[in-house]
Design a protein around this ligand. Structure first.
Ligand code: CP
Length: 303
């Protein structure tokens, strides 16, 4: 069926390297107007989001437009999903309009995988439940490579709500394929022991100070309250034990960078002093989102 991008886990390292290299070619370093290409002219990219998004949806649209493709943006609240249409019927309706690819975000893990088994149109996973967010991991890798020049041998601490994080899962799969040492850290209710075995090179740590010690990369994650019915820890207590503050960065490598996929919750998982510091790559990640999604769309649309 359609060959899109459903996750990082099934990819070969060479495929990831190819997309990261291509994304580098698409990074924009100048001021003034951005070049508009015609590579994907005449192709339609549909973005179909059943969960909210600022970064992913907008950057996919910008990426598609820069490649010369046409775009159509649909959100669940503005569609006939709110009138009771099933997911399959919604997808079949869109496929009848002959898009070249569908970029899809859904609250259910595995939703894009299920659909891609039943339709020829390539599906790009823009986040499925707690499962994967492949383009986020690609743009995170591009950002680390830009700043630190390698992934192999790096100590990457991923801290926060690991249990509900598709960003953590995709990053673990990618970083593991490139030989990074990955430390997952969070409070026990948000860091299940089985996370240690999803890929080689992963260790679990429940103390943020130990997780950050000697880290090259500190990646913070939001607590996903929309997926938690009864939070085990109150916001103030969470920040006290797992919020990243300047004092923690003194334990990391002198060149350590701080990342966060966004949206950030200041004063909950990260202090404003850290989020706005020179070490913060948060906006570099957003910028790389466009370049990486251009590389992904190019690969999917021109295959
Ligand atoms: N990082 C990320 O997926 O952000 P959005 O939810 O704003 O797309």
């Amino acid at each position: 069926m359609g060959k899109g991008l459903l996750g990082i886990e099934p990819l070969e390292r060479a495929e990831i390297e190819q997309m990261l290299d291509r994304a580098r070619a698409y990074q924009f370093h100048g001021g003034g107007p951005q070049p508009k290409l015609t590579l994907c002219a005449g192709r339609l990219v549909v973005t179909l989001f059943f969960e909210n998004s600022t970064r992913t949806r907008s950057s996919f649209e910008i990426a598609a437009k820069r490649l010369g493709a046409d775009t159509l943006s649909i959100t669940a609240s503005g569609s006939s999903v709110s009138k009771g249409e099933t997911l399959v019927d919604t997808l079949n309706t869109l496929v009848a309009m002959h898009p070249a690819a569908i970029v899809m975000r859904h609250a259910s893990s595995g939703a894009p995988h299920f659909l891609s088994r039943h339709m020829m149109t390539p599906i790009i996973n823009a986040g499925d439940g707690t499962h994967e967010h492949p383009t986020q991991a690609l743009l995170d890798a591009r950002t680390i490579l830009d700043r630190l020049g390698r992934l192999e041998g790096l100590r990457v601490a991923i801290i926060g709500d690991i249990a509900h994080s598709r960003v953590a899962r995709s990053n673990v799969h990618l970083l593991s394929k490139f030989g990074a040492d990955i430390v997952l850290c969070g409070p026990p209710p948000l860091l299940p022991p089985q996370m240690a075995v999803i890929a080689p090179g992963v260790t679990l740590e429940y103390d943020i100070r130990k997780a950050v010690k000697d880290a090259d990369v500190v990646m913070m994650l939001r607590v996903q309250l929309e997926r938690i019915h009864e939070p085990a820890i109150q916001a103030g207590e969470y920040f006290r034990f797992y919020g990243l503050r300047l004092e923690h960065l003194e334990l990391a490598q002198p060149h350590a960078i701080v990342m966060h996929p966004g949206p950030i919750n200041r004063g909950r998982e990260i202090s404003s002093e850290v989020a706005d510091s020179q070490r913060s790559m948060i906006l570099n990640q957003v910028e790389n989102g466009v370049a990486v999604r251009m590389a992904v769309l190019e690969k999917v649309l021109l295959q």
